[in-house]
Design a protein around this ligand. Structure first.
Ligand code: HEM
Length: 255
């Protein structure tokens, strides 16, 4: 549980760092280029499966632990109503915050990853624009002689662009999609923005308990390092969700 959790935190660090490109005021070119890299690089494609396995294992271990805990203690600890408890609500309810984060994740993947991969084009752009701004082409474009210029689901790379420019075809329009446009469209909806901000609040609590507890589970506790791990845990639990939460808010108000 601890190892898979820390692995997922490392994913979140990469994900939030890459997504900060959304704050760059360049018409989405940097973020589109980053998406193109992430969706075409073969090492990243393999890591996607590892990530998927990481999520599945994390959820499976969580379910197993909950079952074991319930079996070991079918009758809950007695405590006086109103008395101070030795643990916070969030640390006792990792299953609840984790499940809501999971619901968030499924909706998030449908909204972004699914729409980008399987959804329709959002715009008609020239082949030149598709190349310079890293749009993904969503139609198989035929040339004047009936030849295939670009296949649906691919990007216009430098070689293809140079060839088409030489043939005077770079100003042809194609149906395409841009990740920045997908993000922009989703975050123009106030309900989605509120949902994201609330989900990031819960993610913060999930991380704040999970991070420190992972080190304890792995036996990596030492008096000397406890304050460092605690500070690192709060940093992870505050900075990651805060940056994520700022993205929908920024897009809603600025774009
Ligand atoms: C506002 C915050 C967020 C934004 C703007 C955002 C944006 C995106 C985008 C644009 C993609 C598709 C990229 C691609 O296809 O390569 C994506 C994929 C993904 N996101 Fe997020 N994300 C956010 C928060 C989160 C959070 C909090 C989690 C986890 C709890 C998460 C987990 C994922 C996963 C697992 C994928 C699929 C990764 C892959 O295909 O490699 N995202 N996100």
């Amino acid at each position: 549980m601890g190892l898979t959790g820390l692995f997922l935190v490392s994913f979140l660090l990469v994900h939030v760092s890459g997504n900060t490109l959304l704050f760059k005021d360049d018409g989405g070119v940097a973020f589109n280029s980053y998406t193109r890299f992430m969706t075409t690089n073969s090492v990243i494609r393999v890591m996607e499966w590892v990530l998927f396995a990481g999520f599945l294992l994390h959820i499976a271990y969580a379910a197993m632990l909950t079952r074991q805990n319930n079996k070991a203690r079918p009758i809950k600890y007695a405590y006086k109503k109103g008395a101070a408890k030795s643990s916070s609500w969030f640390s006792r309810n990792m299953g609840i915050t984790g499940s809501i984060v999971l619901v968030f994740l499924v909706m998030h993947l449908v909204m972004f990853w699914g729409k980008y991969k399987f959804g329709d084009a959002t715009h008609q752009v020239t082949i030149e624009q598709a190349y310079t701004e890293a749009w993904k082409v969503k139609e198989t474009k035929m040339g004047p002689g009936g030849q295939v210029l670009i296949e649906s689901g691919t990007y216009v790379d430098y070689e293809k662009y140079s060839l088409l420019k030489e043939q005077g075809l770079a100003d042809q329009k194609v149906a395409a999609i841009s990740m920045t446009e997908v993000v922009k469209e989703s975050f123009s909806n106030i309900f989605i923005v509120i949902f994201y901000v609330l989900a990031m609040g819960l993610l913060a609590f999930h991380l704040s308990h999970g991070f420190q507890s992972a080190f304890r589970t792995l036996g990596l506790v030492h008096k000397k390092y406890t304050p460092l791990i605690q500070s690192l845990g709060y940093l992870v639990a505050v900075v990651i969700p805060l940056l994520f939460a700022l993205m929908p808010v920024y897009y809603f108000f600025v774009h």
